[in-house]
Design a protein around this ligand. Structure first.
Ligand code: SF4
Length: 463
């Protein structure tokens, strides 16, 4: 028998079903054209994804069941970190979570970039109730970008506009071919758009980076710069745009004539898009690099249309900035110790608080800081009560006292996320989570919020 979904995808099937328009819950590209073929295990009756179409290699691996990897399906508890974990019920696990967070003076509620917007809403309320600090992976990736945008704003657009209009793409300090594999083929360079019917033939691709990356190898022009010279180069280009005299040559390892040629090409575009990555946020000058890049793109808009956009990493890392901004007015590192939201980079950024040992309990969800933050900060996680919600064992769950089994939002639950351009995406459910897991992460978070509210004798106010 053949089944055909509404997009025309046809598959010969025996007891399988096809789910189309699925969103990939992996990188910030949040590709929402994925097709999954779902199969039922005749013995257990559980469904799993058998085949994945349209996703890149990394995205495909994210959908397929990971053979041999342990999946948490019941909460696990240990009093001391030297003990072995024992299974406990969800009710007991949520009671313990509430007690730990309420007993703490400075609890940190951390993570969120790989779960839903719905879950984040409850995370903000939980933080408010326990008087803690909420932060996420943004603190150690595009935090400097958020700071730069807060300082100077930014002329941006959507990936749809890039696809339909852009005739010039610049990737600066990033390597999307490795980190966001479908970015070029789905949104920027190779794809056909409404005003760019011939795709790649109508677009010029320029890569600026200290390394000749895989993306650079595809470029029409690759400009190799010295490490840490982005700020100087952006400022020199801005000066040249303003007809100022620039006497230094070369600048950041680039001959002045090359920079002048780049500027002329950028001015001649009818619609240009500059994408940047951690090459700007994590090299010398950090947020100042981003501010200078934004300044260049702002100045280019006196001549033609240009937009600038950060390549965000996790599929919903931008979602935390959005949700926190709606609810508190601040994009990350928000502290509720005084009962109202306060924001101060360095003071309330999760990694800094951990490194200074100011945190006395931590709730971590959909993140693996144990694998990514500096050792000094990770050491604190090993010393304090740590509750960790995840799907599989990670270096962070190894440090936990309590493990809550996570649900793979966007695959095992309907969910919402924000793509890297700030466009909200509805994510379709593909199949149920395994028995023992909650229907979605926001479901257990709502239960947790209600428990905390009851202990504080407060009414439940969230819809
Ligand atoms: S580019 Fe990113 S969102 Fe798209 S399929 Fe690959 S991992 Fe998933």
């Amino acid at each position: 028998m053949y089944i055909t979904d509404k997009s025309g995808f046809t598959k010969e099937t025996k007891g399988q079903r096809v789910v189309s328009d699925v969103t990939c819950p992996f990188c910030g590209s949040a590709c929402d054209d994925i097709v999954c073929v779902v199969e039922k295990d005749p013995k257990t009756g559980n469904e799993h994804i058998k085949e994945v179409y349209n996703a890149c290699k990394v995205g495909t691996a994210n959908f397929l069941p990971c053979k041999g990897a342990e999946r948490f399906t019941t909460p696990l508890w240990r009093e001391s970190k030297k003990d072995d974990f024992e299974p406990i019920t969800w009710d007991d696990a949520l009671e313990k979570t509430a007690d730990i967070l309420l007993a703490a003076k400075h609890p940190l509620i951390f993570g969120w970039s790989e779960t839903s917007v719905e879950a984040m809403r409850y995370g903000v309320r939980l933080t408010e109730l326990v008087g803690g600090t909420i932060d996420g992976q943004v603190t150690h990736c595009h935090g400097p970008t958020v700071q730069a945008i807060q300082e100077v704003g930014y002329p941006t657009g959507t990936l749809g506009e890039v696809k339909n209009r852009a005739d010039m793409i610049v990737y600066w300090g990033c390597n999307p071919l490795n980190a966001h594999a479908r970015h070029l083929s789905r949104y920027s360079t190779y794809v056909s758009g409404f005003f760019r019917r011939h795709g790649r033939q109508e677009r010029k691709l320029i890569v600026v980076d200290p390394r000749r990356t895989d993306t650079a190898k595809l470029a029409d022009e690759y400009i190799q710069i010295e490490l840490g010279s982005d700020y100087e180069i952006f400022q020199a280009m801005r000066a040249l745009l303003n007809d100022a005299e620039v006497t230094k040559d070369p600048i950041g390892g680039v001959p002045l004539d090359t920079l002048k040629g780049l500027l002329e090409t950028m001015k001649s575009a009818s619609y240009g898009a500059l994408f940047f990555g951690l090459g700007l946020t994590h090299s010398e000058s950090k947020k100042n690099n981003v501010e200078a890049g934004i300044g260049l793109v702002q100045a280019l808009n006196d001549h033609t249309k240009w937009q600038i956009m950060p390549l965000r990493g996790h599929y919903n890392v931008g979602g935390l900035n959005q949700v926190l901004s709606w609810l508190t007015g601040y994009a990350y590192a928000v502290n509720f110790t005084r009962g109202m939201p306060r924001y101060n980079i360095g003071e309330f950024t999760g990694v800094d608080m951990l490194a200074r040992k100011e945190v006395d309990a931590m709730f971590n969800i959909a993140a693996d800081p144990g694998a990514h933050i500096p050792q000094k900060a990770a050491m604190t996680m090993a010393e304090i009560p740590l509750i960790c919600c995840d799907i599989h064992p990670t270096p962070t769950t190894e440090l936990a006292n309590l493990i809550l089994p996570g649900t793979h939002d966007g695959i095992e639950a309907e969910a919402s996320c924000y793509r890297m351009d700030g466009v909200p995406i509805h994510m379709r459910k593909v199949h149920d989570p395994p028995a023992g897991c909650k229907p979605a992460n926001h479901v257990f978070l709502e239960e947790l919020v209600k428990i905390v509210e009851k202990k504080l004798e407060l009414p439940h106010v969230m819809q």
